[in-house]
Design a protein around this ligand. Sequence first.
Ligand code: MCA
Ligand code: AMP
Length: 507
Amino acid sequence: MLNPLYQSFFERHRNSDALLMIQENGSHFSYGDFLDIAARFANTLVTCGMKLGDRVLLQVPKSAEALAVYAACVQSGSVMVPLNTGYTVDEVNYFVGDAKPKLVICNPKNRDGLQSICENHSAQLETLDSVGEGSFTSLAAQQPMDFQTVERSLDDLAAFLYTSGTTGRSKGAMLSQRNLLSNAQALVETWNFTSSDVLFHALPIFHTHGLFVASNVTFLAGSSMIFMPSFKVQQAIEHFPRATTMMGVPTFYTRLLDDARLNRDLVQHMRLFISGSAPLLAETHVAFEERTGHRILERYGMTETNMITSNPYDGERRAGTVGHPLPGVEIRITNQETAVPNTASEIGMIEVKGPNVFTGYWNMPEKTAEEFREDGFFITGDLGQLDEAGYLQIVGRSKDLIISGGYNIYPKEIELLLDEQEDVLESAVIGVPHPEFGEGVVGVLVAKPGVNLDSEALSAAIHSKIARFKQPKQLFVLPKLPRNTMGKVQKNILREYFAQAFRTKLD
Ligand code: MCA
Ligand code: AMP
């Protein structure tokens, strides 16, 4: 194929009147409309000087046009690097320096803040707002709607997505056309997606879940989307009667359950509810089934691997498990100390191999090598166990990671920042149970001798440095941190000690 990803997701829908999406403001896009915009954008990318493999960094609100930039990148052979809209200017500065994009497209609100960063890195800066308008769209308005699709192979890069790291430095996970296409094919097959489906899409489109799972499955199956800027229970309730499926993080489900209007009648038109990105509590699973008659289908994945496992569509969906490997994907559980594959159903490291697994971290060959075994298995950092029927259960993580409302937060990044603050001697950042986000970020601080720490002043000091969702929701001060004989901070003790933090606050 000339460009397998473009042809499989987009080319066959060109000139199609079939509905791709309805947006919050009621605007409709057929596949044909959407691909016309994408072709104009592809021409724009070329006029901006983008060559094959050059990066476009995108930090913009969700819109049809933002998604069309993705299609344009695939069509023109550019590599899209989407960024969480919550990242601060300081954080974006790192990504621009690391990804070295030729073009940065940002929210018009952030233009002034990003101008000098882009100048320093010789990147062109354009804008795109929440209704798809901005200087990038203005440039595109002068471009033709025909674009000669560029030749790309399955091995070529389509995108890279940043994932934070245990060392505090974010790594760009490079994803090839093969990674994205094989995974979308496996998911369409496993979840029975067809052109009759209407997906209630309320996830952000800068992470794997909303972009590569939800949108790619839609494109491949030729389905439609109700494309909402973010998740609001009211909108879900309004639109469920017209939708057939929803993909969400567990917080979507707990918020829905908090609304008495969620009942069997409301969702009778739906055929499938999918959850992922964070553990779905068995109690949420049970409560959702009791209320709606639907058993949520839970699946498991990572930015580096796309989706790895899924509960079955037709068979038993087991609460507390993430199901079986997807077609073409291999998993194994290895002993954490010896790295030897387990023979019995013991807890160990989840490792994965297949066409879904990324090609490496951008400019980090050593880091990439560390996370792969010699026989090509990728070490996920998640701990799991297979039950007697081969369902995978995730029982913990060997990586120090907090998942809050489906967003990954690496404590190290926040600890480094807290430690830099004048009066702080040291810090430990932990995740404790949070009724809404699953886990909530808590910072535990030790003051320098003779100093009284002012939590409010500290929160204010880090405010502009890291995205809001990463900032500790509470800060506590201790005289010292508990350490083991090796000097390592015992975060398990801190987690137990502060486990009630949010409950107490809410009661
Ligand atoms: C918002 N806030 C949060 C979070 N989201 N705090 C902690 N964790 C969060 N996830 C804070 C804001 O900073 C703000 O704080 C307050 O909550 C309200 O903000 P708002 O924007 O109104 O929040 P929201 O719209 O209610 O968002 C909550 C949400 C959202 C719907 C759960 O976070 C979300 O869409 N999460 C999905 C993330 C996702 O797509 N993950 C997939 C990653 P303040 O008021 O103090 O300023 S991909 C992945 O993980 C893998 C590959 C996989 O398997 O899918
Ligand atoms: P990310 O780095 O954002 O791609 O997040 C990937 C991580 O999310 C995985 O390594 C898991 O720890 C977690 N994750 C994804 N899906 C699930 C799930 N269904 N249950 C538990 N954890 C999950």
